[in-house]
Design a protein. Structure first.
Lengths: 299, 361, 349
């Protein structure tokens, strides 16, 4: 190998030889990245670019802002608010439910944690459709939960748990919870128990030690989980369609309606572009809040 | 702050495993005590009990006469330095050291003053705003130390605190720690498995093995008068020769009656399972048996010599086949006292350096 | 680029022609027509009653495929070479497709108002079957049978949770009927008035259903007590023994229709197939094979004698058709988008 390179550069390891070798190395890295770049280019950049272009094309085929003007209609405003409301509530709920679970898992012995982890991941192996229908069975007016509550005399009339905002939130929480727990768990796993002991020896009560040390150190996982759950929530379709009872309209449902019912690709594209822009803005804001880039020494 | 610490009948069982067996230890106010033992001996468990992270099965720890065990860890006023430093990675040097002071709700100006004072003490003043991941191992260790002493704890605990450092830095830190202790005089418990570190730093050393306290003494006493074969073996190089006890109370090795030290109890301590412990550097060589009355002289055959820079190691064999190491300083070697392999020699040891130890533990 | 593609296409064509010469008679013996429609149970009845018997009569071979509504057909027509020869759609989609010029013209000169009503055919499409949206209720909860949409709107006399479709079509008609608009004055629909009526009922509405399967489940599990639902979706529930009943009173009669995408390969044969499918003889099969649907060709009832049971289950039979209102697909083709958006806003607010 060395012999070949030396021969190619007429045998002397001069400055030009090293420059060439460096270039060759750079190129080989570029080649390695090429398949990934091609896939991203074809599957992401091109369609998003196309979406962007389409959103500015009116019904008559000319350049126009009519697709964006449409978004001022109440149905889109309501949908927009609902979408972010649900995404926010689901994210918050998944933090409240997921953080203690992830904490517990991270404190268990590796064996016990592996067993418990199966229960966290188990839902991944079932289709979202099946899980969503299962919630219907549990939550509906004559479903298991209402039947129990009524027969136990806790309530007189069945309470509406599904076909509304609550049902949608419950169903989405269930689907998205693992996306919160997994990154949290892997981030908590890396927190050395000695940090807490150190805090304790400094005089911090267990509660103080948690908030001053454990919680900040779990921030990367919390950020990853929050972003994952929030972004996935924004694009949810099936669960709100089945558990929302037609009262909960998510952004993706409006995009689908525009494509399938109105065959209006321009309007659907405008919806997509707006969602993308707002999502990126929120990501940037979340990054500021969590200060993930500053963790581990502020580079 | 100077407080006495008195450990009484401390035991800890993990299931059927006895990690600590009836430990009794009295630490004087301001004393620097090292817990020395091999890994798994229980020394770290003892430290964890002191810090409050392990609850003992039975026993008591009195600090200045007050029970420590009933206090939760964060109210024990104990400074703790870990082997891996355990500096909070999301705080810089100042924030790390200021943390215990913030918890104590000190005014900002005082926190500032005390953090600077602690940093001066560990000679890191210019690093006050550094993120901790930008520090070297030695610097991290000093920050950890500063964090542990800044709130003037009643006791300072150090768990293998220097073992992650390289040899040179470790030796330098040992001396610095020693000097720091001379300034602060905080009652300190230091855990290590490194006998040299223990000998260098401690006022007294507690040798622990299999969960039991074997010997608690000054470094010199531990080295010169180990009570058991384990202590002698763990603290320095040692050759053990079997001791035969005579009916009249006398002892002999290879049939040669031993001349034993003057200090009391040396012979009384001798039991049926007794050994003569010999340190290589306390031995001398002569072509014939030493005529001196204060010296025990054993005949052997030289096998090989090993050059070690500051000294020369002579390996010799006894008639029963057991080998023994004798360390010669260069001056002796220059005087032509180096035997050739196969040459019959005599190994001489002063009776005060002839240590009798018991064989158990 | 285009030149290369053309060359490639020509070469493929040449190969195809050459290979078809080797098997001259097999292809000629039976022409094939590709029919694209909806999936599910409805499709089975549709094929059994209409497509297969008509194809048999014409000795056509049928290839069955599934489309995704009008947009998928638009894309195919725009591509210049649609893969489907005949498509089954909802009435408003046929009307809209015709206005966009997506279909081949159909010669419907032999069909008059006495057989297929004018509202149920265009220049390039023809209805094939009626469906109904009817009022159904749980008999264990609603003791007194409701008779009209006005009853459905009356929460005091008929307490219980309600469900209506989350789609404007048929639902706006229902709301106007409930609000007292006479059957023959429905069109053009007064959207504002319909939405006002829906907003009034909203506290009583538990669910706005979006799929047929969902509507079935809602009434079957008793999630709601009264529902506006497809007749074909509720009758299996009743046959299952659930405590459910429905009425054709004030039902909305809508229709499915067929059309031939412009440029279809086998357009000629597909046109023959289309005409055969609406002929009285073939339409008569709907009465026997498609419960709660109905033939669009009124002459189907004269083809042979049907049992009273069959006639009772057929939504367009003389005894049932009179109770219901026929949907105006042309209105929906023109105003559907705006009405749908306004409806969505109303149910979300």
């Amino acid at each position: 190998m060395t012999g070949m390179i030396a021969a190619a550069s007429s045998g002397t390891a001069d400055a030009s030889y090293f420059a060439r070798a460096e270039r060759r190395e750079a190129w080989s890295f570029a080649l390695l990245a090429l398949p990934g770049l091609v896939v991203i280019g074809l599957l992401l950049i091109v369609p998003v670019g196309w979406l962007f272009v389409l959103s500015f094309i009116g019904k008559d085929g000319g350049v126009s802002l009519e697709n964006y003007a449409r978004l001022a209609q109440p149905v889109y405003v309501i949908t927009f608010v609902t979408t972010f409301q649900i995404a926010g509530i689901v994210t918050l709920g998944s933090i409240l439910l997921g953080y203690p679970v992830a904490y517990l898992l991270s404190q268990l012995s590796p064996r016990a944690a592996a067993i418990c982890m199966i229960f966290v991941i188990l839902p991944f192996w079932t289709s979202v459709l099946v899980r969503t229908y299962a919630w219907l069975v549990l939550l509906q007016r004559r479903g298991l939960i209402n039947s129990w509550l009524v027969s136990l005399g806790i309530i007189n009339e069945p309470i509406p748990l599904v076909n509304n905002f609550i049902g949608t939130t419950i169903g989405m929480l269930h689907v998205l919870l693992p996306f919160m727990i997994l990154p949290l768990y892997s981030s908590m796993k890396t927190i050395d128990g000695d940090y807490l002991k150190a805090a304790s020896s400094c005089g911090a009560s267990p509660m103080r030690a948690f908030w001053d040390v454990f919680f900040p150190l779990s921030r990367p996982g919390l950020f990853a989980g929050t972003v994952l759950v929030f972004i996935l929530s924004l694009g949810f379709y099936l669960t709100p369609a089945l558990l929302g009872g037609g009262r909960v309209s998510m952004w993706s449902m409006q995009i689908a309606t525009n494509v399938s019912t109105y065959s209006n690709w321009g309007a659907a594209s405008a919806l997509g572009v707006l969602l993308l822009v707002v999502t990126i803005a929120i990501l940037a804001a979340l990054n500021k809040v969590f200060r993930v880039d500053k963790l581990y020494g502020g580079r | 702050m100077k407080v006495p610490v008195s450990i009484r009948g401390l035991s800890k069982k993990f299931g059927s495993f006895e990690a600590l067996k009836d430990i009794n230890l009295d630490i004087a106010p301001g004393e620097f005590v090292t817990l020395l033992g091999p890994s798994g001996s229980g020394k770290t468990t003892l430290l964890q009990v002191l810090a409050g992270f392990v609850t003992p099965t039975s026993g008591s720890i009195l600090v200045a006469g007050e029970e420590l065990l009933t206090r939760p860890p964060h109210q024990r006023e104990i400074g703790l330095v870990f082997q891996n430093y355990a500096l909070f990675p999301h705080m810089n040097v100042f924030e790390n050291i200021a943390y215990p002071l913030k918890l104590r709700r000190l005014p900002r100006s005082e926190i500032e003053t005390r953090v600077r004072g602690a940093l001066d003490m560990v000679r890191l003043s210019q690093f006050i705003d550094r993120p901790v991941d930008k520090l070297s191992g030695g610097q991290k260790q000093r920050v950890a130390l500063a964090r542990a002493i800044v709130f003037e704890p009643r006791i300072l605990l150090m768990d293998e605190s220097l073992s992650a450092l390289d040899k040179k830095l470790r030796e330098q830190m040992q001396i610095e720690l020693r000097h720091l202790h001379e300034r602060l005089h905080t009652t300190t418990v230091f855990v290590t498995h490194d006998q040299r570190e223990a000998l260098t730093m401690s006022d007294r050393i507690a040798v622990i093995n299999n969960g039991a306290l074997i010997q608690f003494d000054t470094p010199r006493a531990i080295y010169d008068r180990p009570r058991t074969r384990f202590v002698a073996d763990f603290v320095g190089e040692t050759t053990f020769l079997p001791v035969e006890l005579g009916t009249s109370g006398g002892a002999s090795v290879f049939g040669t009656p031993l001349r034993l030290p003057d200090h009391a109890g040396a012979v009384a301590a001798a039991q049926s399972d007794s050994w003569l412990a010999l340190r290589p550097e306390k031995l001398a060589l002569s072509p014939a048996a030493s005529p001196e009355t204060n010296v025990n002289s054993f005949s052997a055959v030289a096998r090989e010599t090993i050059f070690q820079g500051d000294s020369l190691l002579v390996i010799a064999g006894f008639p029963d086949g057991q080998s023994i190491a004798v360390r010669l300083v260069p001056q002796e070697a220059n005087r032509g006292l180096v035997p050739l392999p196969g040459q019959p020699i005599h190994i001489n040891v002063h009776r005060n350096d002839s240590i009798l130890v018991s064989g158990d533990v | 680029m285009a030149g290369m593609a053309d060359k490639a296409r020509r070469r493929i064509l040449a190969i195809l022609v050459a290979s078809s010469a080797l098997v001259p008679c097999v292809a000629a013996a039976q022409d094939s027509v590709t029919v694209a429609g909806y999936g599910g149970a409805m499709r089975k009845g549709f094929d059994a009653a209409l497509v297969n018997p008509a194809a048999q009569k014409l000795s056509l071979k049928i290839r069955s495929e599934t489309h995704s509504d009008l947009p998928s057909i638009r894309v195919q027509v725009q591509s210049g070479a649609p893969a489907w020869d005949l498509v089954h759609l909802g009435g408003d989609e046929c009307a809209r497709g015709e206005s966009e010029g997506l279909f081949e013209p159909l010669d419907l000169s032999k069909i008059d108002d006495a057989s297929v009503p004018a509202a149920a055919r265009g220049k390039s499409w023809v209805a094939t079957n009626y469906y109904s949206v009817v009022l159904a209720w749980r008999t264990d909860k609603v003791k007194q049978p409701p008779k009209s949409w006005a009853d459905f709107w009356d929460a005091k006399a008929f307490p219980g949770r309600r469900a209506i479709a989350g789609l404007a079509q048929e639902t706006l008609e229902i709301a106007l009927l409930a609000d007292g608009v006479p059957k023959d004055k429905l069109y053009p629909l007064d959207v504002e008035r319909a939405l006002a009526a829906i907003k009034r009922l909203k506290p009583q509405i538990g669910v706005f259903w979006t799929t047929g399967a969902q509507s079935t489940q809602l009434i079957k599990d008793g999630e709601v007590d009264l529902i506006a639902i497809y007749g074909s979706r509720v009758s299996p529930v009743i046959e299952d023994g659930s405590a459910v009943q429905f009425t054709y009173d004030q039902g909305i009669l809508g229709y499915g229709c067929i059309a031939i995408p412009k440029g279809a390969k086998n357009a000629a044969k597909a046109k023959e197939l289309a005409l055969a499918m609406v002929s009285p003889e073939i339409q008569a099969n709907i009465i026997e094979k498609m419960d709660n649907y109905g033939p669009v060709n009124a002459k189907a009832y004269e083809v042979r004698k049907f049992t009273s049971e069959q006639l009772a289950k057929t939504n367009s039979s003389p005894q049932n058709a009179g109770k219901q209102v026929l949907i105006d697909a042309a209105w929906w083709a023109k105003n559907g988008d705006k009405a749908e958006e306004a409806f969505k806003s109303a149910i979300l607010q």
